[in-house]
Design a protein around this ligand. Structure first.
Ligand SMILES: Nc1nc2c(ncn2[C@@H]2O[C@H](COP(=O)(O)OP(=O)(O)OP(=O)(O)O)[C@@H](O)[C@H]2O)c(=O)[nH]1
Ligand SMILES: [Mg+2]
Length: 396
């Protein structure tokens, strides 16, 4: 192997000399600082000396590339670490600020006042907790001072949690639409069936009469069949009763060419699993074709409403019909539970009169129903649209 020694004024100059004399294959072994020239140590200059050898293998390009990549990665990692640190600091600052904002807002009288307003409307504890957290993080101290704005914002927050289902749509030129109403005892299922039968079967301004049939599977309770048959007679709408799956199959086939088959069911205690199972077995005959609604009374406690919804879940109901809204002005309970379960409401029943007391559900109707809020009706109407012509409007 050939070795070499090069002296120069600087390291750079030494490298240049090395490259010039020995080419790309020259490799450095040692490097030291020396004194150059002069006489007996006088007049000498500082310089460098490198020693090396001539390699037979050319320097591999790939190695060089890898080295370059490696240093790039290391550089980025360093940069990332700086960024990460910066990010962490920003986050901790933000947290700090939020805690301060929170602490400042927590005891604000406007929030306490809103909390009691929500309680008065019987919203669930869970719902109120969410609402308070939202208010604390959303509003500055200044904003909390403006009660009207706070009420409007709160109503909008509640409104955004209310889901509205689409009303009955007919299967034009196809088999009859089948609509089933299920629910606990005495909530108003039969009355609602009668109202729907009248609205769609008799027709009125704006609605063409449809061919409607009523089926009751409420057969073994004395008086139940008579109740719906009486409505049927008055409205001249045929009412049939089905006791078995075969009965129901036959009736559905018989009325296939009509527009709407309404199925009234037996009121069930949601805890009577055996009877619920029997009914489900019977209704399974039409489950594919039927749109099922759960009737729920507005007077039900939030925790009971949640239980009811859970127990009727196997019926795969599409939406809720809220009944007896006229009997309470506190509907926070129902709004809370429906929001929690992400279920929609399609119709509202607010009285015993057939058919007047049934209307399409609307967000604005629920918001207007809440007690004690400073309502900016105009704002709510721009936000949620004016109440459309309700079913009720057609009859009154
Ligand atoms: N105030 C009020 N009463 C209603 C409403 N809907 C129904 N009712 C009354 O509640 C009572 C029970 O109504 P039904 O329609 O028989 O209830 P149901 O769910 O069919 O009852 P079951 O078949 O026994 O389970 C009747 O007196 C109805 O007039 C409503 O929206 N408001
Ligand atoms: Mg009934």
């Amino acid at each position: 192997m050939q070795y070499f020694t090069i002296q120069a004024a600087s390291h750079r100059e030494a490298l240049e000399k090395m490259k010039l004399q020995y080419g790309d294959n020259a490799r450095i072994l040692t490097h030291r600082n020396i004194r150059l020239g002069g006489f007996l140590g006088l007049f000498s200059r500082e310089g460098v000396e490198i020693t090396g050898y001539i390699s037979r293998e050319p320097l591999r390009r790939k190695n060089l590339q890898m080295e370059e990549e490696k240093s790039k990665i290391l550089e980025n990692v360093k940069k990332d670490q700086t960024l990460q640190k910066l990010l962490e600091e920003i986050q901790s600052l933000k947290k700090d600020l939020n805690i301060k904002k929170h602490a400042a807002n927590e005891d604000h009288p406007a929030i306490r006042e809103m909390e009691s307003l929500l309680k008065m409307n019987e919203f669930s504890d869970e719902f109120i907790k969410d609402a308070v957290t939202w208010m604390e993080s959303k509003f500055s101290l200044d904003e909390l001072g403006n009660r009207d704005d706070l009420h409007s914002a709160m109503l909008e927050w509640i409104g955004n949690k209310i889901l509205i289902g689409s009303p009955i749509m007919f299967n034009e030129n196809q088999d009859a639409k089948v609509v089933t109403i299920i629910g606990p005892t005495g909530v108003g299922k039969t009355t609602t069936i009668a109202k729907l039968a009248a609205i769609y079967g008799i027709g009125n301004s704006g609605i063409n009469p449809r061919r409607v049939r009523i089926v009751t599977i409420d057969y073994y309770r004395i008086g139940a069949e008579q109740q719906i048959k009486k409505y049927g007679e008055i409205m001249k709408i045929p009412v049939s009763s089905a006791e078995t799956r075969e009965d129901l199959k036959k009736i559905l086939a018989l009325y296939r060419d009509t527009d709407l088959i309404l199925i009234d069911t037996i009121g069930k205690s949601p805890k009577d699993y055996e009877k619920l199972g029997e009914m489900k077995n019977l209704l399974d005959v039409c489950s594919r074709r039927s749109e099922t609604f759960l009737a729920l009374s507005a007077t039900t406690k939030a925790s009971d409403a949640e239980d009811i919804m859970r127990h009727f879940e196997p019926f795969d109901y599409k939406s809720v019909i809220l009944t007896k809204l006229d009997e309470t002005s506190r509907i926070g309970n129902i709004i809370s539970v429906l929001a929690k379960k992400r279920r929609s409401i399609t119709y509202i029943s607010d009285g015993q009169s057939v058919p007047q007391d049934l209307e399409d559900a609307s967000v604005i109707r629920f918001l207007m129903n809440l007690d004690g809020f400073h309502v900016n009706r105009e704002y709510l109407e721009t936000r949620y649209g004016k109440r459309e012509l309700s079913l009720k409007g057609i009859w009154s």
